[in-house]
Design a protein around this ligand. Structure first.
Ligand code: ATP
Ligand code: MG
Length: 394
C-alpha cells in the first residue's frame, strides 16, 4: 500500500550534543534489520526521524514487524509522500491515505501539522483547519474530536510533504551498541533470555555464556540455548555465544563440598568464569535472569554470596519481577515456547534436596577451601576448551 515509512524515536531525541551518535547508530540498526526483509529499501536520516523508502514491492506487515524489533524505534508510520508540496495535492493524498487504511468506517480525528520548511506559504494552524475541512467534505464518516480522537492525522512539510495516521508502536529503548557490551549468563530457562532482551533494549550489546555438563546435559539442551540466542538476536543482531564445559568443575564441587551449598558454590564459579571471558571480550558487566526469592539461590543472602566473587557489576534486570510477568514478556518476545522445551539443565541435575537459603559468606568460603587446590587447573581447562559460536538471526 504505502511505500514510505517514517520511523520515530523518542529518548534519543533528548541526548544533547551526542544525539547524532545515537541517530547514526539507529540508522545503522535499521539498515541491518531491513536488509533481512524481502525487497529493497532506502534508509535516510530526516530531521529527527528516519525515512524508509521501499524501492520494490514488499510485504508491509513484514517490514513493520522488522522495524518494531529495532531498539530505539518508538513508532513506525506508513506515509504518503507528496513531492511537490502543493496544498491541494496534499489534501487529495491525505483523503486517499485515510480511505486506503480505514475504508468506509466512521471515525473521529484531529489534524496535527508540522512545518519545518519555513518558506512554505501556509502556517501550521491554517494547514490543520483547511485539511480538516477537506477531510470532512470528502469522507462522509469522518468527525472531528479535538479531545479524544480515534485517529491522529499528521501532515509534515519538510523537503517533501508527508501525510500519515497514528503509527505502530516500536520496541522503544536505545540502539544496540550505544551503551557498551555485557556478558549474559544464558541458560535454557525462561528468565535469562528475557534478561538479555531487557538489557539490550537499553542499548547494550550482549555476548552470552552457557555452562553445559555433558553427558549429564545433552546436545539438545545445548541446541536449545543456541536457539534461544538466535531468537534474542532477532532484536540485538548477532550474538557471540561461549559454551563452557562445566562437568569437571561441577563434579569436583559435588565430591568435595557440602551438598546444601552446591548450587551457591557452583554459581560462584559460573560468575568467575563468565567474568574472565567477559573481560577478554571487553564486556563491562555481567547479566543474569535472577529475581529475588524465586528459588533458594536467589534470596538476597544468596545473591550477595554470588556477587562477592565478582568485580564487574552484575545486572539483574528481572530482580523485582514476578514469574508471571516474566512469562508474559517471554511470550511477547517469542522465547517462551523454546524455553519450556523439557531438556535438563546442569543446575537441576546436581541440586540438593534442601539447599541453604541464607548462606553465610564466611561459611561458603570455608567450604570452598577443600577445592582451592584442584579448581584452578579445572577452570583453566574449561576456559581453554570453551567453544565460541556466532549466533545470527534467521
Ligand atoms: P533461567 O530461567 O534463566 O534458567 P532460573 O529461574 O532457572 O533461570 P537458575 O537456574 O537459578 O534460575 O539460574 C539463575 C541465573 O543463572 C539464570 O537466569 C542464568 O542467568 C544463570 N544460569 C543458570 N544456569 C546457567 C547455565 N547452565 N549457563 C549459563 N547461565 C546459567
Ligand atoms: Mg535455569
Amino acid at each position: 500500500m504505502s511505500s514510505s515509512y517514517l520511523v520515530k524515536y523518542a529518548e534519543i531525541g533528548i541526548k544533547g550534543k551526542n544525539r547524532y551518535k545515537f541517530e547514526d547508530a539507529l540508522v545503522h540498526r535499521v539498515i541491518e534489520r531491513v536488509a533481512r526483509v524481502d525487497g529493497r529499501f532506502r534508509v535516510t536520516k530526516e530531521q529527527g526521524r528516519i525515512l524508509v523508502e521501499a524501492l520494490t514491492d514488499h510485504d508491509e506487515e513484514e517490514l513493520i514487524t522488522a522495524l518494531s524489533h529495532v531498539f530505539g524505534v518508538s513508532q513506525i508510520c506508513p506515509v504518503t509522500e507528496i513531492e511537490d508540496k502543493d496544498f491541494t495535492h496534499i489534501c487529495e493524498a491525505l483523503v486517499d491515505h485515510i480511505r486506503n487504511r480505514l475504508g468506509d468506517k466512521p471515525f473521529t480525528f484531529k489534524v496535527f501539522a508540522k512545518r519545518s520548511d519555513k518558506r512554505y506559504p501556509m502556517k501550521s494552524p491554517d494547514i490543520c483547519v483547511e485539511a480538516g475541512d477537506y477531510i470532512l467534505d470528502h469522507i462522509p464518516g469522518a468527525k472531528v474530536d479535538v479531545h479524544h480522537p480515534e485517529y491522529k492525522v499528521f501532515i509534515e512539510v519538510r523537503r517533501a510533504a508527508y501525510v500519515y495516521l497514528s503509527g505502530y508502536p516500536g520496541a522503544g529503548g536505545m540502539p544496540v551498541g550505544t551503551a557498551g557490551k555485557a556478558m549474559l549468563l544464558l541458560s535454557g530457562g525462561i528468565d535469562s533470555p528475557v534478561a538479555g532482551y531487557r538489557i539490550a533494549k537499553r542499548g547494550v550489546q550482549i555476548e552470552a555464556v552457557y555452562f553445559h555438563a555433558p553427558p549429564y546435559t545433552s546436545e539438545r539442551a545445548k541446541q536449545k540455548v543456541v536457539d534461544l540466542a538466535g531468537l534474542i538476536s532477532e532484536y540485538t543482531g548477532p550474538i557471540r555465544l561461549h559454551v563452557v564445559n562445566f562437568t569437571d568443575i561441577q563434579m569436583a564441587i559435588y565430591e568435595k563440598c557440602p551438598h546444601d551449598e552446591l548450587t551457591i558454590i557452583m554459581r560462584r564459579y559460573m560468575m568467575q568464569i563468565a567474568e574472565t571471558i567477559g573481560r577478554q571480550q571487553d564486556c563491562l558487566a555481567l547479566v543474569t535472569g535472577e529475581s529475588i526469592a524465586q528459588v533458594a539461590s536467589q534470596t538476597m543472602q544468596s545473591l550477595a554470596a554470588t556477587d562477592a566473587v565478582c568485580t564487574m557489576p552484575v545486572f539483574r534486570p528481572l530482580i523485582a519481577m514476578d514469574k508471571q510477568e516474566i512469562i508474559a514478556e517471554s511470550e511477547k518476545i517469542g522465547t517462551y515456547e523454546t524455553s519450556i522445551l523439557p531438556y535438563e539443565d546442569c543446575c537441576t541435575i546436581f541440586v540438593a534436596k534442601h539447599p541453604v537459603t541464607k548462606p553465610k559468606l564466611d561459611q561458603i568460603e570455608e567450604s570452598e577451601k577443600s577445592i582451592k587446590e584442584i579448581m584452578p587447573p579445572l577452570v583453566a581447562e574449561a576456559l581453554k576448551t570453551c567453544e565460541t559460536i556466532m549466533v545470527k538471526p534467521r
